[in-house]
Every structure is written in structure tokens, then in C-alpha cells.
Design a protein around this ligand. Sequence first.
Ligand code: C2O
Ligand code: CU
Length: 485
Amino acid sequence: MSSISGPAINRRALLRAGACVAAVASLPRAAATAVGQIDLTAAPGRLSIVGKPHPATKVWCYGNRVPGPEFRVPQGQPVRIAVHNRLPEDTTVHWHGIRLPNAMDGVPGLTQAPIKPGVIFTYEFAPPDAGTFWYHPHADSLQQLGRGMAGALIVEEPEPVPVDRDVAWMLADWRMTGDAQIASGFGNAMEAGMAGRVGNTVTLNGIVSDEVPVRAGERIRLRLVNSALARIMALRFEGHRPVVVAIDGQPCDPHEPEGGRVLLGPAMRVDLCVDMSGDPGKRYRVIDDFYDGLSYWLTELAYDEGPPARPRPLEAPLTLPRNPLPEPDLASAERHELRLQGGMMGGGAMMGMGGMRGMGPMRGMGPMRGMGDAASWAINGVSITGDGHADMPPLLTLQRGQTCVLTMHNETAWWHPMHLHGHSFRVLRRNGSSVSHRQWADTVLLPPRQSVEVAFVADNPGDWMLHCHVTDHQVSGMMTVLRVA
Ligand code: C2O
Ligand code: CU
């Protein structure tokens, strides 16, 4: 489907010594359904990521674990999360996908002052939507996210659909050296103009996973979160037929993914309902084959020997209750075009290239506003670089309550998961054809040279970022701001 240059992915590259890695259980739940004060410390740590006999990896993390603690909070109830910064540099936390007040959005300079080392900042909001969300830093994002800072934030429906187990898989991608340390070289300009920092080791809930134990006949709600800096994933579940029930936390009409592959760009989430229809004692691979010639298996579903949990699949419905999202009024909508520009040319043909073929002039690059980072990308001719800072001029100002239809045109040779803060949008059309299953999203993946049309009601006042979630692309210019007045 697409190609990348750089080191070939081999999830076992660091495991050749015949090491045996512990099975993944579901994450320990830190603050399950606890409302009230949650404490979250951001600090350096040392954790076993690749598994024995490899040494522990020096990471930066939340709550001394990778991924950070999985928070499960009830829909609509206030949450307070006190973030202690014990990193050697400034940080902030962005609650990705939650429609919250602007001052709680975690964008340094734009919505809050960065949290200095040694300082505590308390975030407070009442998540209006149930679903699968996540949190990550919005300061020095390349390093902070790339060194392990990310966690799941699950907002629970008052009445969830009946399943046997509800499990989150935080997927992360690391560029590891031979001694299981995080490779340096964040912010490489050449990579920034291509696919971004794609790593060589993919983890599931913080470890390289050999297996996930399951039981025949059970139904699992699987909440997938792609927390990678740059890696796009396309997951296939051998021998199974997962059903997509929500995208970016927002329920959709239940459907099987196209071609049986679940496509997940960075920051995207998909909730699946999976009936464990395999045979007791057998193993089935979960394969990611997004990049041509670089497919690998993420884990194996390892069936217990025991008899099926039930004689036939559960018949309970899969439709989740919809969230209280304002429905766009297309008749009165304001329409705007966003052109995504820049990058190196010939994105599909970089594989195995040692040189710079395809390096073209960056088209349409206009004024650059940033913090001294090099610009490789632009939106409508303007490059805003970095992670967020003061004086980012809004590209558009929308009146509160106005419906906005945005058509994003990807004029580049690369994929871009485009994320809007503070809102969820309806995904209306791709390349002019309507999108089925009533999909909403906060991060929409644009293939090279394609377009997507989304609509949302600008009901949340403030300055909101809109950027590509391939972190190298964001920090090197594919970022802008929408103001809701
Ligand atoms: Cu996860 Cu500015 O985003
Ligand atoms: Cu991008």
C-alpha cells in the first residue's frame, strides 16, 4: 500500500536470542472509574520494553509505566488530573479527542503556559462523549511521545454494550538500538520531509507481545489506539471477523472494515467487537501489513484449551449509544479549503533508495512562522512549526454555532492523519464520494493526492489546533489554528 525508507521493521530483531516474552495481560487499571483527583507524574524511568535478556529501556513516561495508566472515567462527570512535571524540561498534557474547555487542551503558549519542571498543573473537565480517547504531551512532542509518554483515557457509557471483556491495546512504535535503548536523532530533517520517524519495534501495552490469551466463544471489545509518532498500521486478524463499532471514540454504524484491514494512522482509535470464533488451543496472528514488504505480526491470539465460553456467538447488538454531538447544518455551512503541501516528491517509491531521488522543490511554501524549526510542510502556503506557541495567527475565524465544512486536499506524496482539537467532525466524503456508516472522527487519514470533506459545528470557543499527527510533519510545518469566536 505504501512504502517507507529507513530500517526494515522486524519486531523480533531484538529478540533473536530465543528470548521468551511474557504474555500481555490487559493493563493494570490505575484509576478505574475513580472520579475526583487523579495524580499523574511525568518523569524519566527505566522499564523492560523488549523483554529479557535485553536490558531495561530508558524511557520518559507517566506514572512510571509505559503506556501511562489507563484511566476509565464515567461520561459527563468532572475529572481532575494533577500533572506533576518531573521531567528535565517543560511539558503539557493534551487529552486527545475530548471536547473540553480550551484552557484544558494542553497546547503550550496557545491554551496554557507550559508546565515547568517541578511544577504541578491540574486539568479539570467533564468529558461529554463516551469512547476511547488518549493523552499525550504537546510540548517537545517528538521526544516526549517518542520516549514513551502516552496513555489511554476511556470514557465509559452509562450502559455499555454487553461483551465479555473490554480491553485497550495501546500500540506504540519505537526506534530501538541493539541494546534496547531509544535511538537518538529525533527531528531528522530528511525523515521529516518523508514518512516521519517510523521505528523498528512495535509494542502492545508497552511490551513486544508474543501472545494475548483468549477464550473460544467470548466477545471482546477491543479498543485500539495508535500512539506512534509516525507509523501507520493496517491490522488483520487471521481467522476472525472484527466489527468496527466506533472511530476516534465516536460510535458509527457497526461494519466490517474494508478488506478486513483496520487502518489506523497515528492518534487514531478504532473500537472493535471481536467474537473469538477460533478453535480452542489454536493461535491466530494479528498482522500489520500497511507498508509494502514490511509486514510483521503484532501478536497472536492464543486460545485457551478449554471449551468455548458459549455454544454460539453472542447475539447482543453491537450498536453503541451515540454521543451528544451537534449535527452539522450543511445548508447554512461555511465552506473552506485546506491544501496540504510540501514534503519530498515520489512518496510511494522510496523503498530501498539510498539516495535523494524524488527530492523536489517544496511547492507553495510561503512565510514560515515558528520557533526556528525547519519547515518541510505547509497548509495553504503557511508553515507553522513546533508544538504550539503564542502568537499563532488563526487561519480561520468561525462564529460560535456556525457549521463549517472543511475540504482538505492532500497535494503531497505522503499520508497525513489530520487532527482537529476541541471538536469531532462528521466525515462526509472522500474524493467526492460519500462515506458510509455515519462516521465521526477527530483525526482523519488522507492518502497521498486525495481529498476528504468533513463538517462540524464550531460550538467550542477558543483557538484550536489543526495539524498532522505524524509528529515530524506537525513540528515541521503542517499545523494551523482555527479560532471559534
Ligand atoms: Cu493528539 Cu495536537 O494532538
Ligand atoms: Cu503529515
